[in-house]
Design a protein around this ligand. Structure first.
Ligand SMILES: Nc1ncnc2c1ncn2[C@@H]1O[C@H](COP(=O)(O)OP(=O)(O)OP(=O)(O)O)[C@@H](O)[C@H]1O
Ligand SMILES: [Mg+2]
Length: 275
């Protein structure tokens, strides 16, 4: 089966405006993501995780290499590739409902249809009763739920998520992880290697939480920094649904393995930042 995302020989160099120096954010990235696959991306701060997502989202173009979505080159953003970026705040001047309806509105979906879809998504993420609230009237966890509903409103085939749960407390994070797995279709027919058509969305999920990456993903992409390269791709062969796998010895072994891969890089990153 054709991969839904194909990243071939991708490098990204940034030119710093001030002194003209160059930063090699990504170098020679090759990555294929299968339809319905859940891939997590981990690596130390500055290794190019967000850059990789924004290239696939079409917010920026690679300096070298190609990015294809559904066998077509990515030339800009599109509704089939939904984004949920941590810094991508909700529109503060729009209510929960207004935020969730925004994507369909921008695509010209009629008012009745987008209203009905927003209602059901708001219910799905557990925000019923808060339709008319503004973002500043919501807790951090509720804002994340609203951002999730907003992303889902376009029914994207690909979910590009950049540390979507980093800002919430631990209890909320665990609940949202389970919600996310449920919405994605955890526990239903396997994606990778499965036969027939896969209807579940494809996810590329950046996180600093190694345990979170192992819990959620079919594969964990470990990036190394300066320049950002793929250090290893770890296959997470734990059964689904994953909620039942929390704290199992098998999961602990995988977490330990991923941690051992990024430990040295992380220590180096910290010493460079403080020095
Ligand atoms: N627009 C930009 N202009 C110049 N440099 C940039 C730009 N965006 C990213 N960079 C640089 O590219 C490198 C990778 O940045 P990126 O944000 O992708 O890292 P990251 O892995 O997402 O880090 P973090 O875990 O802290 O979010 C960094 O050195 C960063 O300073
Ligand atoms: Mg980032």
């Amino acid at each position: 089966m054709n991969p839904i995302v194909r990243v071939t020989g991708v490098s990204k160099e940034f030119l710093s405006g001030r002194d003209g120096s160059r930063v090699q954010a990504l170098d020679g990235i090759d990555l294929s993501i299968g339809r319905g696959e859940f891939v997590a991306v981990v690596g130390p701060s500055g290794c190019g995780k967000s850059t990789l997502l924004s290239l696939i989202a079409g917010f920026a173009a690679p300096s070298a290499g190609t990015i294809e979505f559904d066998s077509r080159p990515v030339t800009g953003p599109g509704p089939e590739r939904g984004v949920m970026f941590q810094e991508y705040a909700l529109f503060p001047w729009r209510t929960v409902e207004g935020n969730v309806e925004f994507g369909p509105y921008a695509r010209g979906v009629d008012a009745a249809t987008r209203r009905a879809r927003a209602r059901s998504l708001i219910e799905l993420v557990g925000l019923s009763g808060f339709e008319k609230r503004f973002p500043h009237e919501l807790s951090g966890g509720m804002r994340q739920r609203c951002a999730l509903a907003r992303m889902l409103a376009n029914e994207p085939a690909l979910w590009l998520m950049d540390e979507p749960l980093a800002a919430v407390d631990l209890q909320t994070r665990i609940i949202l992880q389970d919600e996310l797995l449920r919405l994605w279709g955890d526990g239903h027919a396997a994606a990778a290697g499965g036969t027939g058509k896969v209807n579940r969305p494809t996810v590329l999920f950046v996180t600093h939480g190694i345990d979170e990456a192992v819990l959620l993903a079919d594969r964990v992409l470990v990036l190394a920094r300066r320049p950002g390269r793929i250090k290893e791709v770890v296959t997470i062969d734990l059964p689904r649904p994953r909620a039942a796998q929390r704290n199992t010895p098998a999961m602990a072994r995988l977490i330990e393995h991923v941690w051992s891969l990024i430990r040295d890089e992380a220590v180096q990153a910290i010493s460079e930042e403080s020095g």
